[in-house]
Design a protein around this ligand. Structure first.
Ligand SMILES: *Cc1c(COP(=O)(O)O)cnc(C)c1O
Length: 318
């Protein structure tokens, strides 16, 4: 097997950027979106020790799961290519496999992953729900051989270990750390690396109450809470208010947000600050977890719904 390239050995340091003061509350943004052009933000952190583990187990294949616009699928495909692994993506949506050429033409995420060499296995939504069952995984092993399995969204103990590296000792000056939450791996690592005097607030990008026990399982402290009213109707759901906020944020601060995670996070933080949720003089550090690859696909969906596009620096994504 080829020696892994130095994807994860370079010093993974990003700047904290001052954004705004709202109602006496200062908001900084940790630019994890700048970590790597293809393995962006928290997916870089979550894959790091999984790839170390796969290497030490002498596996040559990474297999993982995701939806058709998944940041995790794109990141795993790119990381696999750079680190010398074959990658297999089990993708939700049987119909997408029927005419692969057409799917690749229409779906920028899958086109990118395919370009990185990822092989797809499309499954129905009901099969996809079975993805953690032993029988389902046994079937995959028969078909694809001895792979290293990265769970959906990448969350496991190795992912949490990687996310513990998001915070640096200098970040101890902040009172509140805020991040978007999908499966809970990222916030768990941040909680573990936080100081006792800090509060960690998670902003779930989806509805549902399964997250608290999941976070409690992976994290070692109690200085955290979830703010559950900024999901905008559910996972990948958006409205015009959110899109306007993301476009306004970009023109004001020159920073691109995505509509699935970081847009909802920043919308929530600004809204809470404006309405007096935080004490005066609170110093907030928000984590920009990346996810910008998903914008191009989201804009296709927005167009079909007659909603305005998310403006980007890359005109081809509109
Ligand atoms: C995947 C993702 C998250 C959610 O991370 P979890 O560890 O699953 O909670 C947050 N932000 C972005 C941009 C993501 O791609």
């Amino acid at each position: 097997m080829s020696q892994p390239a130095n994807l994860f050995t370079s010093s993974a340091k990003v700047p904290n950027q001052f954004i705004a003061e709202v109602n006496g509350v200062s908001i900084h943004l940790k630019r994890e979106d700048l970590l790597h052009p293809e393995v962006s933000g928290n997916k870089f952190r979550k894959l790091k020790y999984n790839i170390t583990e796969a290497t030490s187990q002498k596996r040559q294949i990474l297999l993982t799961f995701g939806g058709a616009y998944s940041n995790h699928i794109a990141a795993t495909a790119a990381a696999g290519k750079i680190s010398g692994f074959k990658t297999i993506g089990v993708i939700r949506g049987e119909e997408l496999g029927e005419d692969l050429e057409k799917t690749l033409q229409e779906n920028p995420t899958l086109r990118f992953a395919h370009g990185c060499g990822m092989e797809f296995h499309f499954v129905s939504r009901s099969d996809y729900r079975e993805k953690t069952s032993e029988a389902f995984i046994e079937d995959l092993r028969k078909q694809f051989g001895d792979f290293y399995l990265v769970p959906e969204g990448g969350t496991n103990e190795f992912a949490v270990q990687g996310c513990e590296e998001i915070l640096t000792p200098q970040d101890a000056e902040f009172d509140v750390i805020c991040c978007a939450v999908g499966t809970g791996g990222t916030i768990s690592g941040i909680i573990n690396a936080s100081e006792e005097h800090q509060q960690v607030l998670g902003f779930p990008a989806l509805k549902g109450d399964f997250l608290k026990p999941e976070i409690a399982r992976f994290s070692k402290k109690n200085n955290w809470d979830l703010i559950t009213n900024y999901h905008f109707g559910g996972y990948a759901k958006v409205d015009e208010k959110l899109i306007n906020f993301i476009n306004d944020f970009r023109s004001r601060y020159g920073i691109q947000l995505d509509s699935v995670y970081t847009g909802k996070l920043l919308y929530g933080i600004f809204d809470l600050a404006r309405t007096g949720y935080f004490l005066e003089n609170t110093h907030i550090l928000a984590i920009h977890t990346g996810g910008l690859q998903g914008i191009a696909g989201m804009n296709k969906v927005l167009k079909m719904k007659n909603l305005p596009p998310i403006l980007t620096y890359d005109e081809s994504s509109i």
